[in-house]
Design a protein around this ligand. Structure first.
Ligand SMILES: *Cc1c(COP(=O)(O)O)cnc(C)c1O
Length: 387
């Protein structure tokens, strides 16, 4: 038995003809940079996000960096975010010359806790980056409220959450801008790197368009410092083929998540904590992430049984060596640090088979039966000895 975290091969086989035809079209046209496919995807993804503008860029990390720059974040500004995220969130802030300020998470959703944001705001605070982790949106209404009060920019890191909603509003509607990644493993993934900024702010969109081409406007004249970060035409062509299936895939992910949750809650109630979808949220389950006791032992056990799992993320950003100079210490963000020790993501993708899910669930149940039996035995043995 071998179950991967994610298997992209079946999906490719199902759309191979369409993809190949599109790629042939691009290659025959010789239009490889910022052509019609990029324009079409920008329009479609912006509309899908309920906003007017989309700007395709090289990857999801650059999307955050460029969005910050286009929103006017400058050297020395502070940007509030979560430390329980992929490195790129903090990395993009630092690359923009700004200072990441890490705020603890809501233990229920793993997302930034809005109740802790205000205490982190200073004179220098310019922006907030909520990350919609695992496919569930952070509390955008609360964040919007704080941002309005303190006149802050909000960039939603939606790399894991394309298609997610909150009280009927899409990713991108309540933020100043939202950023997507089309990395192959994301819910809408290309066959290489890609990313996009979506926004209703026309000026921000225009600045982002200039920054992605070296800050060149008019051509060969540079008023701002940009760099080369464009969404590739071939990737856009592939993504245009995949995009119409996105809602169906999100639905499949949600079905698989519901199955895991139903089974695990029946069989391991009170032992593992299944993901919580907060009221009003439409979770798109980029990851299906549990909180579990004996996490590392469970992961090792599942590995031996042929089941891949992942820890997203074992080392929070505030204690990453590269951010040492920010002065954070272990203990500063207790909920973040606790989550980093307990979170375990199970295999999750739209084509995941129910038989595979059954096998995974069976092995998790077996692990805890063994683990608790052993513990019971050692308690009894200790009792024997101390008689
Ligand atoms: C994947 C990811 C990114 C970065 O996207 P890339 O396209 O890989 O650069 C940023 N933030 C989060 C939360 C991500 O999961």
């Amino acid at each position: 038995m071998k179950i991967k975290m994610l298997d992209l091969s079946e999906q490719y086989q199902s759309m191979k003809k369409e993809v190949m035809a599109k790629l042939d079209e691009v290659m025959s046209s010789s239009q490889f940079i910022l052509g019609d496919n990029v324009k079409q995807l920008e329009a479609d993804v912006a509309k899908y996000s309920g906003v007017n503008y989309g700007v395709g860029v090289g990857n999801g990390s650059d999307a955050i960096h460029i969005a910050l720059q286009a929103a006017g974040v400058e050297a020395g500004d502070e940007v509030i975010t979560t430390a329980f995220t992929f490195f790129a969130t903090g990395g993009a802030i630092a690359r923009a010359g700004a200072v990441p300020v890490y705020v603890d998470i809501d233990p229920v959703t793993f997302n930034i806790d809005p109740a802790k944001i205000e205490a982190a705001i200073t004179e220098k605070t310019k922006a907030i980056i909520p990350v919609h982790l695992y496919g569930q949106m952070a509390d955008m209404e609360a964040i919007r409220h704080i941002a309005d009060e303190y006149n802050l920019v909000v960039i939603e890191d939606a790399a894991q959450a394309i298609g997610a909603k909150q009280n009927g509003k899409s990713v991108g509607e309540l933020g100043t801008a939202a950023t997507y990644s089309f990395f192959p493993t994301k819910n809408l993934g290309g066959y290489g790197d890609g990313g996009m900024i979506v926004t209703n702010d026309e000026e921000l969109a225009e600045k982002a368009r200039v920054i992605r081409v070296h800050g060149s406007k008019p051509k060969y004249y540079h008023h701002v410092l940009g760099y080369n970060s464009r969404l590739d035409e071939m990737q856009a062509a592939i993504l245009n083929v995949k995009f119409p299936y996105l809602d169906k895939w999100s639905h499949s992910r949600r079905e698989r998540a519901a199955y895991y949750t139903d089974q695990l809650e029946t069989k391991l109630e009170g032992i593992v904590q299944t993901p919580v979808q907060k009221q009003g949220n439409y979770h798109v389950f980029h990851q299906y992430t549990l909180r579990v006791p004996k996490r590392d032992e469970l992961q090792q056990y599942l590995k031996e049984k042929g089941v891949a799992t992942m820890v997203y993320y074992p080392q929070p950003l505030h204690v990453q060596p590269v951010f040492k100079e920010l002065g954070y210490e272990e203990g500063d963000l207790p909920e973040t640090e606790k989550a980093a020790k307990e979170a375990l993501s199970l295999p999750m993708y739209p084509e995941l088979k129910q038989d595979d899910q059954d096998y995974i669930i069976e092995k998790i149940v077996a692990f805890y039966e063994n683990a608790f039996e052993k513990e019971q035995k050692s308690v009894e043995a200790t009792k024997e000895l101390t008689k």
